[in-house]
Design a protein around this ligand. Structure first.
Ligand code: AQP
Length: 334
C-alpha cells in the first residue's frame, strides 16, 4: 500500500476548513493506504503560543482525529515532538535549503506581516520542518488543503536537491511525495469574508465554525455571517464569494450533490438558507462531538494510542534518519 502522511497544528480548535480540507479526506481514503497522522506541535510554536495550553491542545487534536473517524487498523496517530528525529532531519535539510526558497512562501509572507518585528526563525523554517515530517516516513502522498500546496512543492525541491547531491539515479536517498488535494473542500473560506480562507489565526471567532462549537454557537455564527443583497443563491459567481462558499459548505456537510443543492437553493432567500445550513452543520458535527466526549472520558486509552503511535512511527523515522546521515557522510554513532 502507498503511504500517507499528514498533520494539523494544535494552535486552537479545529475548524470546518481543517475538517473538510484535510481530516475528512484522510478518513474517507484511509483504507486504501498505510496512514500516519501526526499532531504537529513543533509547528505550533512558530507563532506565539501559550505554554499552559499546548499539551492539552495536542491531546484535543489527537482525540478529534479519532472522533472524526481515523481508524487505528489503517492509521497511526502520533505527536511530532515525541519523536526527536523530526528536529534532527530538519537541521540536515536546513543546510541544503536556500533561504530565498523560504522567503518566497506565501504563508510565511502573510504570517510575517502580522507579526512585524517578532517574526521567528522558526516561522521561516516551518516548511523545512514540514518536509522532514513527510520525508521521515517515505510518504507517497500528502493529503492537505490547497493552502499547503506550495509547501509540498518545496518538500519536492528538497528531495530533488538531496538526491542530486548525496544520492544517485539508481539509489535515491529520499522518496518524492505527491500532494493529494481534493477539489471539494480544498479551500473553505471565512464566514466574515468570502475571499479569505477560514483560519485558526483569524482574530474573529465569528469567521469560523469549530468542530466543537455548540449548536447555539453554530446558529449564531451562521446567522451573522456575511452575505449579499442579491436574490436567489448560486454557485460560481465571482461577484458572490460568500454565496459560493456557503453553498459549498452546505453541499459538503449535507452529502448532497452540487446540482441538487443548486436546484434546492436557487430561489431561497438568505434567512431560509441560513436555517437549512445551520441544521446541516449541527447534524454533521453531532456524531463527531459525541465521539470526542467518549474519547476524552478515557485519557488512558488516548495515551496508549499515542504511545503505540510513537513506537511505530519512531522506528521508521530513525531508519530514514540513519539513511540520510549516512548519505551525507556522517560517521556512525559509537
Ligand atoms: N480554510 C481551509 N480550507 C481547506 N483546508 C484548510 N486547512 C486549513 N485551513 C483550511 C487544512 O487543514 C490542515 C491543517 O492545517 P494546520 O492547522 O496545520 O495549518 P494551517 O493551514 O495554518 O491552518 P489554519 O487554520 O489556517 O491555521 P493558521 O491560521 O494558523 O494558519 C492542512 O492540511 C490545511 O491545508
Amino acid at each position: 500500500k502507498k503511504r500517507v502522511l499528514s498533520g494539523v497544528q494544535p494552535t486552537g480548535n479545529l475548524h470546518l476548513g481543517n475538517y473538510l480540507g484535510a481530516i475528512r479526506n484522510w478518513v474517507e481514503a484511509q483504507s486504501q493506504y498505510e496512514n500516519f497522522f501526526c499532531v504537529v506541535d513543533l509547528h505550533a510554536i512558530t507563532v506565539p503560543h501559550n505554554p499552559a495550553t499546548l499539551a492539552t491542545d495536542t491531546y484535543t487534536i489527537a482525540a478529534l482525529y479519532l472522533a472524526c473517524g481515523v481508524d487505528l487498523n489503517d492509521s497511526t496517530i502520533f505527536v511530532q515532538s515525541h519523536i526527536p528525529a523530526h528536529c534532527e532531519l530538519t537541521w540536515l535539510f536546513n543546510c541544503v535549503t536556500p533561504i530565498n526558497w523560504l522567503e518566497r512562501m506565501i504563508q510565511f509572507k502573510e504570517k510575517a506581516v502580522k507579526q512585524g518585528e517578532n517574526v521567528s526563525t522558526g516561522l521561516l523554517d516551518y516548511p523545512v520542518l514540514m518536509a522532514a515530517d513527510i520525508l521521515l516516513y517515505d510518504a507517497d502522498l500528502v493529503p492537505v488543503g490547497e493552502d499547503q500546496k506550495q509547501h509540498i512543492e518545496l518538500t519536492r525541491d528538497i528531495v530533488i536537491r538531496i538526491n542530486d547531491q548525496y544520492g544517485s539515479k539508481k539509489k535515491p536517498v529520499l522518496k518524492l511525495p505527491e500532494p493529494l488535494i481534493r477539489k471539494e473542500g480544498a479551500r473553505v473560506m471565512s464566514l466574515t469574508d468570502g475571499t479569505k480562507k477560514m483560519s485558526k489565526s483569524d482574530p474573529s471567532e465569528m469567521s469560523r465554525i469549530n468542530l466543537l462549537d455548540s449548536p447555539e454557537e453554530i446558529q449564531k455564527k451562521i446567522k451573522r455571517c456575511k452575505t449579499d443583497p442579491i436574490k436567489g443563491l448560486e454557485f460560481d459567481n465571482p461577484e458572490r464569494p460568500e454565496c459560493h462558499n456557503l453553498l459549498t459548505l452546505y453541499t459538503l456537510l449535507s452529502g448532497k450533490t452540487q446540482e441538487a443543492v443548486a436546484a434546492e437553493c436557487q430561489d431561497m432567500g438568505w434567512g431560509q438558507f441560513k436555517t437549512v445550513l445551520s441544521e446541516a452543520t449541527i447534524e454533521a458535527l453531532k456524531p463527531i462531538q459525541q465521539n470526542y466526549q467518549a474519547v476524552m472520558e478515557d485519557k488512558g486509552y488516548l495515551e496508549s494510542v499515542l504511545r503505540q503511535g510513537r513506537e511505530k512511527a519512531e522506528a521508521i523515522a530513525l531508519s530514514t534518519l540513519s539513511r540520510v546521515k549516512a548519505a551525507m557522510g556522517y560517521s556512525t554513532p559509537l
